[in-house]
Design a protein around this ligand. Structure first.
Ligand code: AMP
Length: 217
């Protein structure tokens, strides 16, 4: 039997979690579970979860823990998670981290847990998010200056339309950063205290960060 692996990637919005998580999950052949993506999918299909989450997301605030935890427990109970999964954008509060610990202790006591933190300054975050564009079709993340599309407004991988997330607007980003410092930084300390945290310099180019991440597992 394969021992399950659970990978958590922490970091501020725009730290590179999505970019690293997509690659790492593909290499490891485990599902990439982004709670932000799950909320956006729910919103697109106008489910009760999506409708509830919208006001929080638009304001750059966190969706209440009960909603996030219900959505996440349903997702990780699916069959494709039996050998493990990678979490991106979760946990974002200490109660979420505690709930995950309780679940792992109950459901997967032998799982290998890897927690990474991508460290990036607030100045870099603001610059990265201002230029961030997402493909409507395949979800690829590009940047107007750092990874400019070959054809303006079109995804390099699939030609889909690139758009800017509503919550990437500068005034919402400021609020998201505040929320990150107040509510999510304590999660970094939580895993540090447990002795399982590995911090990486997320200011470097994505290939260099990825090589280090892979080496640490
Ligand atoms: P992201 O795509 O990870 O930046 O998430 C976008 C938005 O979804 C966040 O600003 C929150 O409003 C919400 N969200 C995503 N993950 C969580 C979480 N673990 N806890 C609370 N809210 C979340």
């Amino acid at each position: 039997m394969i021992m399950a692996i659970v990978i958590i990637i922490l970091g501020a919005p725009g730290a590179g979690k999505g970019t690293q998580a997509t690659q790492l999950a593909a290499v490891r052949a485990i599902p990439h579970i982004s709670t932000g993506d799950l909320f956006r999918e729910n919103l697109k299909s106008a489910t009760p979860i999506g409708i509830k989450a919208k006001e929080f997301m638009d304001a750059g605030r966190l969706v209440p823990d009960e909603i996030v935890l219900d959505m996440l427990s349903e997702r990780v109970a699916l069959d494709d998670c039996r050998d493990g999964y990678l979490l991106d954008g979760f946990p974002r509060t200490v109660p979420q981290a505690e709930a995950l610990d309780a679940r792992l202790a109950r459901a997967e006591p032998a799982a290998q847990l890897h927690v990474f933190n991508l460290e990036v300054s607030d100045e870099t975050i603001v610059q990265r998010i201002a230029g961030r564009r997402i493909c409507k079709s395949c979800g690829k993340i590009q940047h107007v200056v750092l990874s400019p599309p070959q054809v303006a407004g079109k995804c390099d991988d699939c030609g889909g339309e690139l758009y800017q997330r509503k919550d990437d607007a500068p005034e919402v980003v400021e609020q998201r950063l505040r929320v990150y410092h107040e509510q999510t930084e304590p999660v970094v300390a939580y895993y540090e205290n447990k002795g399982v945290l590995k911090s990486l310099d997320g200011e470097r180019d994505p290939e260099t960060v990825f090589a280090q991440l892979e080496g640490l597992i």
